[in-house]
Design a protein around this ligand. Sequence first.
Ligand SMILES: [Zn+2]
Length: 448
Amino acid sequence: MSKDLISKKLRNLLLNSETIKKGTFNKLYNYLQKNELITFDEIKEYQDLNDLTTYIDDLINACRSEWKPSDTQPVQDLGLSYKDQKIECNLCGYKYLKLKNKIVNQINGKVLVVGSECVKEFGEEVKGLIEKVNRDTRRAERRVLLENHIPGIRAFVETTNLVNSFDMIIPLNLSVKLSEITSDIKNNYEEFISEKFNHLDLIEAKWEIKEHIIEAIKSFVNENKQEKFAASFAIKNWILKNNSSTLTKQIREDNGFIKWRTIHKIYEERFMRSVLQQLNVYLKKENILIESLNPSNRIVKIRFSKKNKILHGNISYQDFLLNIGGLLYNETDINATFKDLIDMVKIPLSDSGNLIVNFVLGKLRNVNTNLVYRSGDELILKHKDEYIRISALKLINDVKSLYFEDNISNDYFVNWIATHKIKIMSLKEFKNYKQAKELASELKIKNL
Ligand SMILES: [Zn+2]
């Protein structure tokens, strides 16, 4: 038996294409219309076909390139009943197509239905696209299959950050469990729809575990979110907004609660105010009152009163909570006496600062030391023929707690000045200094 040079299948392709109808190939076209195939032996017999072997390859390629995938449903999966439908391949005649690939001739508009084997013989464009559509179709089918078995699974795998979606920051053990099972299911889901994994039952089992974990989380949250210092809604959102992963991790480690080690890092305004209110309960017996909080720079203003004397000092919320936050957790060994607190705060120059300065000046007058010049932080005291410059702020904050004491000797302040003097001047030096200062301040005013 002689081998086919042009098989039935190839004949179908050529006759449905246009290139073969042109000039030189006309003889072949006419021959093929009358004959089902051409064997090698036949070429020798018919003079008209003598040169066929010299051009047939190029002609086939040219004809194939006329075809592209149909724009409308290039691939259709005929489903389980494909055998009954008996859809035939227009090229090779195979009768039981499972996938129906539609290709269109770009020149004459003819449409052919071909099987998945025959479609491979076309150019890369056709082959590639059909394969892709094919793959996408199968993925879509697998998605539907999975969704039918496990309703909600697609929405679940597309959810991001499930672990942060509860009304509270959840404990570390639960969040780890949830993250692990979530990524496990996501991987299996992706593998399943891309046909790398077929164990539906395994995915179902994992889904079941996930449901249990979520149940456990929900009941934990419901039992705890109203508790004192639970990292519930507003705080959770504040932390997420400020994107502090270390803080979230620490709170998870503390089972979703804000502890002494984290409380100074949370600046949600209502929370800070409530914390300060609670601290006031502890500080009241020391005659200390937290008066206000500036939420933008987070400075806490504290009022100290004793024996009809009152001072105000400032401290950052963070430092304050680091120092005495333990009171809220009934920690012992918290240094929060009147003196501890007054040592902690900073007393500004104005108001309270002036009270302390005047208090000290009163003491110094007893030892013939008097204020002769003051400009902001600079104080100049005269003692005998010495003019001594000191820093008001330094003085205020070094001696602030003594302001409330009764029997502080004058010597204490004399010593303080001796150790903290910035400069000692003669009368002449003082006069020059004062003049220069006054000139400088005049210039400053002019330039304003
Ligand atoms: Zn075929």
